[in-house]
Ligand binder design. Structure first.
Ligand SMILES: *Cc1c(COP(=O)(O)O)cnc(C)c1O
Length: 362
Protein backbone atom coordinates (compact mmCIF):
# COMPACT_ATOMS: atom_id res chain seq x y z
CA UNK A 1 0.00 0.00 0.00
CA UNK A 2 3.01 2.31 0.40
CA UNK A 3 4.51 1.24 -2.92
CA UNK A 4 2.92 4.12 -4.84
CA UNK A 5 4.66 6.68 -2.69
CA UNK A 6 7.20 8.85 -4.47
CA UNK A 7 10.37 10.39 -3.15
CA UNK A 8 8.91 13.77 -2.26
CA UNK A 9 11.24 16.74 -2.77
CA UNK A 10 8.54 19.38 -2.39
CA UNK A 11 9.52 22.57 -0.58
CA UNK A 12 6.41 22.80 1.57
CA UNK A 13 4.07 21.30 2.44
CA UNK A 14 6.66 18.60 2.34
CA UNK A 15 7.42 14.96 3.06
CA UNK A 16 6.50 13.53 6.46
CA UNK A 17 8.25 10.52 7.97
CA UNK A 18 6.47 7.33 6.85
CA UNK A 19 6.23 5.91 10.42
CA UNK A 20 4.38 9.09 11.42
CA UNK A 21 1.83 8.68 8.62
CA UNK A 22 1.42 5.03 9.52
CA UNK A 23 0.79 5.82 13.16
CA UNK A 24 -1.79 8.45 12.18
CA UNK A 25 -3.46 5.89 9.95
CA UNK A 26 -3.52 3.22 12.64
CA UNK A 27 -5.12 5.46 15.26
CA UNK A 28 -7.20 7.67 12.98
CA UNK A 29 -10.56 6.13 13.91
CA UNK A 30 -9.94 5.47 17.59
CA UNK A 31 -7.25 7.55 19.23
CA UNK A 32 -5.74 5.42 22.00
CA UNK A 33 -9.00 4.04 23.30
CA UNK A 34 -10.82 7.36 23.32
CA UNK A 35 -13.37 5.98 20.87
CA UNK A 36 -12.87 8.95 18.56
CA UNK A 37 -10.46 10.45 16.13
CA UNK A 38 -8.15 13.34 17.05
CA UNK A 39 -10.05 15.05 14.22
CA UNK A 40 -13.20 14.87 16.32
CA UNK A 41 -12.18 15.41 19.90
CA UNK A 42 -12.44 18.44 22.13
CA UNK A 43 -9.36 20.57 22.48
CA UNK A 44 -10.30 20.67 26.19
CA UNK A 45 -10.24 16.86 26.53
CA UNK A 46 -7.66 15.00 28.61
CA UNK A 47 -6.44 13.30 25.41
CA UNK A 48 -5.72 16.54 23.66
CA UNK A 49 -4.18 18.01 26.76
CA UNK A 50 -1.70 15.17 26.70
CA UNK A 51 -1.13 15.58 22.96
CA UNK A 52 -0.20 19.26 23.18
CA UNK A 53 1.84 18.87 26.34
CA UNK A 54 3.77 16.00 24.80
CA UNK A 55 4.53 18.01 21.66
CA UNK A 56 5.76 20.94 23.75
CA UNK A 57 7.86 18.68 25.99
CA UNK A 58 9.52 17.08 22.99
CA UNK A 59 10.34 20.45 21.43
CA UNK A 60 11.83 21.53 24.77
CA UNK A 61 13.99 18.42 25.06
CA UNK A 62 15.17 18.46 21.45
CA UNK A 63 16.29 22.08 21.66
CA UNK A 64 17.45 21.89 25.27
CA UNK A 65 15.20 24.76 26.26
CA UNK A 66 15.53 26.20 29.76
CA UNK A 67 12.59 27.33 31.89
CA UNK A 68 12.93 30.83 30.46
CA UNK A 69 11.57 29.72 27.07
CA UNK A 70 7.96 29.04 26.09
CA UNK A 71 6.84 26.83 23.21
CA UNK A 72 3.70 28.04 21.46
CA UNK A 73 1.48 26.96 18.57
CA UNK A 74 -0.06 29.84 16.63
CA UNK A 75 -2.24 29.72 13.52
CA UNK A 76 -1.60 31.97 10.54
CA UNK A 77 1.69 30.39 9.50
CA UNK A 78 5.09 32.03 9.40
CA UNK A 79 3.55 34.89 7.41
CA UNK A 80 1.50 36.02 10.39
CA UNK A 81 4.60 35.98 12.56
CA UNK A 82 6.14 38.59 10.23
CA UNK A 83 3.80 41.23 11.65
CA UNK A 84 3.02 39.67 15.03
CA UNK A 85 6.67 39.79 16.03
CA UNK A 86 7.01 43.41 14.98
CA UNK A 87 3.80 44.41 16.83
CA UNK A 88 4.79 42.58 19.99
CA UNK A 89 8.54 42.95 20.18
CA UNK A 90 9.39 46.12 18.25
CA UNK A 91 9.96 48.56 21.10
CA UNK A 92 8.48 52.05 20.80
CA UNK A 93 11.04 54.57 19.55
CA UNK A 94 13.75 51.98 18.86
CA UNK A 95 14.94 50.74 15.49
CA UNK A 96 14.29 47.17 14.41
CA UNK A 97 17.13 45.57 12.44
CA UNK A 98 16.83 43.08 9.59
CA UNK A 99 19.12 41.19 7.27
CA UNK A 100 17.61 40.60 3.86
CA UNK A 101 18.49 37.24 2.35
CA UNK A 102 15.55 36.68 0.02
CA UNK A 103 11.81 36.54 -0.52
CA UNK A 104 10.82 35.66 3.04
CA UNK A 105 13.11 38.21 4.68
CA UNK A 106 11.76 40.82 2.27
CA UNK A 107 8.22 39.98 3.31
CA UNK A 108 9.10 40.18 7.00
CA UNK A 109 10.69 43.60 6.43
CA UNK A 110 7.65 44.85 4.55
CA UNK A 111 5.28 43.93 7.36
CA UNK A 112 7.37 45.81 9.93
CA UNK A 113 7.36 48.82 7.61
CA UNK A 114 3.58 48.69 7.23
CA UNK A 115 3.35 48.89 11.02
CA UNK A 116 5.42 52.07 10.95
CA UNK A 117 8.45 50.56 12.67
CA UNK A 118 11.82 52.25 12.28
CA UNK A 119 13.18 49.45 10.07
CA UNK A 120 16.86 49.34 9.26
CA UNK A 121 18.10 46.70 6.84
CA UNK A 122 21.72 46.15 7.90
CA UNK A 123 22.75 43.99 4.98
CA UNK A 124 21.24 42.42 1.91
CA UNK A 125 22.37 39.89 -0.66
CA UNK A 126 19.98 41.24 -3.28
CA UNK A 127 22.90 42.59 -5.36
CA UNK A 128 23.71 39.02 -6.42
CA UNK A 129 20.18 37.67 -6.56
CA UNK A 130 20.27 36.47 -2.94
CA UNK A 131 22.83 33.78 -3.76
CA UNK A 132 24.84 34.28 -0.57
CA UNK A 133 24.63 35.11 3.13
CA UNK A 134 26.01 38.59 3.99
CA UNK A 135 28.96 38.68 6.37
CA UNK A 136 29.70 42.13 7.73
CA UNK A 137 27.14 44.39 9.34
CA UNK A 138 26.84 46.52 12.47
CA UNK A 139 23.73 46.15 14.62
CA UNK A 140 22.24 49.43 15.93
CA UNK A 141 23.19 50.00 19.57
CA UNK A 142 19.58 50.45 20.62
CA UNK A 143 18.03 47.91 18.21
CA UNK A 144 14.90 46.21 19.60
CA UNK A 145 15.95 43.05 17.79
CA UNK A 146 17.91 41.63 14.87
CA UNK A 147 15.77 39.56 12.51
CA UNK A 148 17.16 37.05 10.01
CA UNK A 149 15.89 34.08 8.00
CA UNK A 150 18.00 31.08 8.99
CA UNK A 151 17.31 29.12 5.82
CA UNK A 152 16.21 30.65 2.55
CA UNK A 153 13.87 28.07 1.10
CA UNK A 154 13.58 29.65 -2.34
CA UNK A 155 17.18 30.66 -3.06
CA UNK A 156 18.82 27.69 -1.32
CA UNK A 157 21.04 29.53 1.14
CA UNK A 158 21.42 29.03 4.89
CA UNK A 159 23.28 30.62 7.79
CA UNK A 160 25.95 28.04 8.62
CA UNK A 161 26.58 30.10 11.76
CA UNK A 162 23.99 32.47 13.15
CA UNK A 163 24.75 36.21 13.12
CA UNK A 164 25.82 37.95 16.32
CA UNK A 165 23.11 40.10 17.86
CA UNK A 166 25.81 42.47 19.18
CA UNK A 167 23.62 43.14 22.22
CA UNK A 168 20.24 42.85 20.50
CA UNK A 169 18.11 39.71 20.90
CA UNK A 170 17.97 37.57 17.77
CA UNK A 171 14.70 36.77 16.06
CA UNK A 172 14.71 34.15 13.37
CA UNK A 173 12.36 32.69 10.82
CA UNK A 174 13.42 29.04 10.93
CA UNK A 175 10.50 27.71 8.90
CA UNK A 176 12.62 25.55 6.68
CA UNK A 177 15.38 24.38 9.01
CA UNK A 178 13.94 24.18 12.52
CA UNK A 179 14.90 20.88 14.19
CA UNK A 180 17.34 20.05 11.39
CA UNK A 181 20.48 20.46 13.49
CA UNK A 182 21.49 21.22 17.08
CA UNK A 183 21.53 24.89 18.03
CA UNK A 184 22.08 27.22 20.97
CA UNK A 185 18.83 29.04 21.66
CA UNK A 186 20.19 31.41 24.29
CA UNK A 187 20.77 34.48 22.04
CA UNK A 188 17.24 34.24 20.65
CA UNK A 189 14.30 36.29 21.86
CA UNK A 190 12.02 34.53 19.38
CA UNK A 191 12.26 31.64 16.94
CA UNK A 192 9.32 30.86 14.70
CA UNK A 193 8.61 28.32 12.00
CA UNK A 194 5.67 27.39 9.81
CA UNK A 195 5.28 23.67 10.57
CA UNK A 196 4.81 22.52 6.99
CA UNK A 197 8.45 22.32 5.93
CA UNK A 198 10.31 20.33 8.52
CA UNK A 199 8.04 19.42 11.43
CA UNK A 200 4.52 18.69 10.25
CA UNK A 201 1.62 19.64 8.01
CA UNK A 202 0.38 23.16 7.27
CA UNK A 203 -1.74 24.94 9.86
CA UNK A 204 0.44 26.21 12.69
CA UNK A 205 3.61 28.09 13.34
CA UNK A 206 5.78 26.88 16.17
CA UNK A 207 6.99 29.86 18.19
CA UNK A 208 9.67 29.68 20.86
CA UNK A 209 9.83 32.84 22.90
CA UNK A 210 12.13 33.91 25.72
CA UNK A 211 10.48 35.08 28.91
CA UNK A 212 12.02 38.59 28.93
CA UNK A 213 10.36 39.32 25.58
CA UNK A 214 6.90 39.08 27.14
CA UNK A 215 7.35 42.35 29.03
CA UNK A 216 7.46 44.09 25.64
CA UNK A 217 4.01 42.98 24.51
CA UNK A 218 1.81 46.11 24.25
CA UNK A 219 -1.44 46.03 26.23
CA UNK A 220 -3.51 47.47 23.38
CA UNK A 221 -3.23 44.53 20.99
CA UNK A 222 -6.08 42.14 20.25
CA UNK A 223 -5.74 39.04 22.45
CA UNK A 224 -5.20 36.71 19.50
CA UNK A 225 -2.19 38.74 18.40
CA UNK A 226 -0.41 38.84 21.76
CA UNK A 227 2.27 36.29 22.57
CA UNK A 228 1.27 36.60 26.23
CA UNK A 229 -2.18 35.16 25.48
CA UNK A 230 -0.61 32.00 24.03
CA UNK A 231 1.78 31.72 26.99
CA UNK A 232 -0.96 32.17 29.59
CA UNK A 233 -3.33 29.71 27.90
CA UNK A 234 -0.80 27.07 26.75
CA UNK A 235 -1.81 27.86 23.13
CA UNK A 236 -5.42 26.98 24.01
CA UNK A 237 -7.04 30.42 24.19
CA UNK A 238 -9.25 29.41 21.29
CA UNK A 239 -9.55 26.18 19.31
CA UNK A 240 -6.11 25.41 17.92
CA UNK A 241 -5.20 23.30 14.87
CA UNK A 242 -5.58 20.12 16.90
CA UNK A 243 -4.71 17.59 14.22
CA UNK A 244 -1.67 19.56 13.09
CA UNK A 245 -0.35 19.83 16.64
CA UNK A 246 -0.87 16.08 17.07
CA UNK A 247 1.11 15.44 13.89
CA UNK A 248 3.89 17.82 14.91
CA UNK A 249 4.13 15.88 18.18
CA UNK A 250 4.53 12.63 16.25
CA UNK A 251 7.21 14.13 14.00
CA UNK A 252 9.13 15.40 17.02
CA UNK A 253 8.79 11.96 18.63
CA UNK A 254 10.27 10.45 15.47
CA UNK A 255 13.20 12.89 15.56
CA UNK A 256 13.76 12.23 19.24
CA UNK A 257 13.26 8.47 19.45
CA UNK A 258 13.77 6.99 16.00
CA UNK A 259 16.52 9.30 14.77
CA UNK A 260 17.98 9.89 18.22
CA UNK A 261 17.93 13.67 18.53
CA UNK A 262 19.21 16.74 16.72
CA UNK A 263 22.91 15.86 16.70
CA UNK A 264 22.18 12.69 14.72
CA UNK A 265 19.54 14.50 12.61
CA UNK A 266 22.14 17.12 11.76
CA UNK A 267 24.70 14.48 10.85
CA UNK A 268 22.26 12.73 8.52
CA UNK A 269 21.21 16.03 6.92
CA UNK A 270 24.86 16.92 6.32
CA UNK A 271 25.52 13.54 4.72
CA UNK A 272 22.51 13.92 2.41
CA UNK A 273 23.48 17.43 1.33
CA UNK A 274 27.13 16.48 0.83
CA UNK A 275 26.11 13.61 -1.41
CA UNK A 276 23.92 15.79 -3.62
CA UNK A 277 26.21 18.83 -3.80
CA UNK A 278 29.19 16.52 -4.29
CA UNK A 279 27.55 15.06 -7.36
CA UNK A 280 26.49 18.48 -8.71
CA UNK A 281 30.02 19.86 -8.28
CA UNK A 282 31.72 16.87 -9.88
CA UNK A 283 30.49 17.75 -13.39
CA UNK A 284 29.37 20.84 -15.27
CA UNK A 285 25.95 19.74 -16.54
CA UNK A 286 24.27 20.68 -13.26
CA UNK A 287 25.23 23.98 -11.66
CA UNK A 288 24.47 24.99 -8.06
CA UNK A 289 23.04 28.51 -7.75
CA UNK A 290 24.18 29.44 -4.22
CA UNK A 291 27.70 30.38 -3.15
CA UNK A 292 29.39 27.31 -1.73
CA UNK A 293 29.87 28.75 1.78
CA UNK A 294 26.23 29.83 1.91
CA UNK A 295 24.58 26.66 0.65
CA UNK A 296 21.49 25.30 2.30
CA UNK A 297 21.50 21.77 3.66
CA UNK A 298 17.71 21.76 3.24
CA UNK A 299 16.96 23.23 -0.21
CA UNK A 300 19.42 22.37 -2.97
CA UNK A 301 18.92 24.77 -5.88
CA UNK A 302 20.52 24.08 -9.25
CA UNK A 303 20.27 24.81 -12.95
CA UNK A 304 20.70 22.71 -16.08
CA UNK A 305 22.19 24.09 -19.30
CA UNK A 306 18.83 25.46 -20.53
CA UNK A 307 15.19 25.77 -19.54
CA UNK A 308 13.95 23.09 -21.93
CA UNK A 309 16.28 20.61 -20.29
CA UNK A 310 15.06 21.73 -16.86
CA UNK A 311 11.47 21.12 -17.89
CA UNK A 312 12.31 17.68 -19.25
CA UNK A 313 14.32 16.92 -16.12
CA UNK A 314 11.41 17.68 -13.78
CA UNK A 315 8.94 15.70 -15.92
CA UNK A 316 11.12 12.64 -16.39
CA UNK A 317 12.11 12.61 -12.74
CA UNK A 318 8.46 12.40 -11.76
CA UNK A 319 8.01 9.42 -14.05
CA UNK A 320 10.80 7.76 -12.06
CA UNK A 321 9.06 8.51 -8.77
CA UNK A 322 11.02 11.65 -7.88
CA UNK A 323 8.56 14.49 -7.29
CA UNK A 324 8.69 18.19 -6.53
CA UNK A 325 11.98 19.09 -8.24
CA UNK A 326 10.79 22.26 -9.93
CA UNK A 327 12.31 25.47 -8.57
CA UNK A 328 10.09 28.12 -6.97
CA UNK A 329 7.91 29.85 -9.55
CA UNK A 330 9.69 33.15 -8.88
CA UNK A 331 13.19 31.87 -9.74
CA UNK A 332 12.82 28.89 -12.08
CA UNK A 333 15.47 26.18 -12.29
CA UNK A 334 15.38 23.10 -10.12
CA UNK A 335 15.26 22.57 -6.38
CA UNK A 336 15.46 19.45 -4.26
CA UNK A 337 14.11 20.09 -0.79
CA UNK A 338 15.70 17.51 1.45
CA UNK A 339 14.18 18.07 4.87
CA UNK A 340 14.42 15.73 7.85
CA UNK A 341 11.86 13.27 6.49
CA UNK A 342 13.73 12.78 3.19
CA UNK A 343 16.03 9.81 3.64
CA UNK A 344 19.46 9.05 2.26
CA UNK A 345 17.83 6.50 -0.06
CA UNK A 346 15.89 9.34 -1.74
CA UNK A 347 19.13 11.22 -2.38
CA UNK A 348 20.79 8.09 -3.77
CA UNK A 349 17.89 7.55 -6.16
CA UNK A 350 17.94 11.21 -7.17
CA UNK A 351 21.66 11.13 -7.91
CA UNK A 352 21.26 7.95 -9.99
CA UNK A 353 18.52 9.62 -11.98
CA UNK A 354 20.60 12.77 -12.46
CA UNK A 355 23.49 10.67 -13.78
CA UNK A 356 21.26 8.82 -16.21
CA UNK A 357 19.56 12.02 -17.38
CA UNK A 358 22.89 13.69 -18.05
CA UNK A 359 24.06 10.64 -20.00
CA UNK A 360 21.11 10.75 -22.39
CA UNK A 361 20.71 14.54 -22.64
CA UNK A 362 24.12 16.01 -21.81
C1 LIG B 1 7.41 28.75 3.59
C2 LIG B 1 8.10 29.83 4.32
C3 LIG B 1 7.39 30.91 4.87
C4 LIG B 1 5.90 31.06 4.71
O1 LIG B 1 5.24 30.21 5.57
P1 LIG B 1 3.65 30.24 5.72
O2 LIG B 1 3.46 29.29 6.88
O3 LIG B 1 3.08 29.76 4.43
O4 LIG B 1 3.23 31.61 6.05
C5 LIG B 1 8.10 31.85 5.58
N1 LIG B 1 9.41 31.77 5.74
C6 LIG B 1 10.13 30.75 5.22
C7 LIG B 1 11.61 30.70 5.44
C8 LIG B 1 9.49 29.75 4.51
O5 LIG B 1 10.20 28.74 3.99
Amino acid sequence: MTSNRIHNFNAGPAALPLPVLEQIQSELLDYQGSGMSVLEMSHRSKWFDQIINDAVARARRLLNLGDDFYVLFIQGGASMQFFMLAMNLGLEGKPVNYINTGTWSTKAIKQAEILGKDVRVLASSEDRDFSYIPKDFAVDKDAAYLHFTSNNTIKGTQWARFPEGQGAPLISDMSSDIMSRPMDVSPFGLIYAGAQKNIGPAGVALAIIREDMLARVPKNLPDMLKYTTYVEKNSLYNTPSCFVIYTVGLVLKWVEETIGGLAEMGRINREKADMLYGFIDAGDFYRGTADIDSRSLMNVTFRLPDEDLEKAFVEEALKEGLGGLKGHRSVGGCRASIYNATGLDAIQDLVSFMKAFEKTKG
